[in-house]
Design a protein around this ligand. Structure first.
Ligand SMILES: [Zn+2]
Length: 242
């Protein structure tokens, strides 16, 4: 039995898109990492936060702007298996939101109960999963150590995950915060949030968590891998990178 809960970032592909679609005033193209996060609870039980791209997304262009790449063996199930966990053992898949780069791998985790916010758009989800509609918070393992909490704004039902540890927490922000730098500015840096006021209020809340010592992991910026603080449950491995 493990003594502490671990978070393994799993790199599940890449997006390339015009920067101006992702950050106000940006020039040129951005190349964005796509992540799923494997949460291995201290008891050995396992969950995943976000599922990355679908294998069928590889080589596709979405919304006429997003070029998707998912190399063979980088889908969420292959990454989870490479991390030593049988994908059928994943009991919960927490979705930050239902954009395609976060739900694509969901069918590859067949036994996971999908935890999605009640207000989120559900049409992109496959119907095969047991689903739990979350209100504002949810306790994933029932012991208070891993908590889903609502972070609306990017989408109306966006949610993040807080993993408590000695001295603080690790916060998987999803697309409430695209980049490490996103929390350094209070204004709306995303060009197309669903709700600007909620988006800014959520960023303030995440910035306050960071100011109190939490480690906030952004949705699409690999630089967090070089900023993991001592004591964090986040463990970067070769699976965290391309
Ligand atoms: Zn995204």
């Amino acid at each position: 039995m493990r003594r502490t809960t671990e978070i393994l970032p799993l790199r599940c592909g890449t997006l390339r898109a015009p920067g101006k679609m992702l950050e106000r005033g940006a020039q040129g193209d951005f190349t964005l990492p796509v992540y799923a996060f494997l949460i291995i609870h201290a008891s050995g039980r396992a969950a995943v936060f976000d599922a990355g791209l679908a294998p069928s997304d590889h080589g596709q262009v979405s919304f006429e702007a997003f070029h998707n790449e998912l190399p063979a063996g980088h889908d969420v199930a292959a990454r989870v298996a490479a991390a030593g966990i049988e994908p059928g053992r994943i009991e919960a898949l927490v979705l930050s939101h239902t954009h395609y780069d976060h739900v694509g791998g969901a069918p590859l985790l067949p036994n996971a109960r999908v935890l999605v916010h009640r207000r989120e758009e559900l049409r992109t989800l496959d119907a095969a999963h047991d689903m739990l509609l979350v209100d504002e918070t949810h306790d994933v393992f029932g012991d208070g150590s891993v908590q889903v909490f609502a972070t609306p704004g990017h989408t109306c039902g966006h949610q993040s995950l807080r993993v408590f540890r000695e001295g603080g927490a690790d916060v998987l922000a999803g697309d409430a915060c695209y980049f490490c730098r996103s929390l350094d500015h209070e204004e709306v840096d995303q060009p197309f949030p669903f709700d600007k006021a909620q988006y800014v209020a959520t960023k303030r809340r995440l910035a306050a968590m960071r100011a109190r010592g939490d480690f906030v992991v952004p949705g699409h910026d690999e630089r967090f891998l070089d900023q993991i603080p001592p004591g964090s449950a986040v463990r970067a491995t070769a699976l965290s990178r391309l």
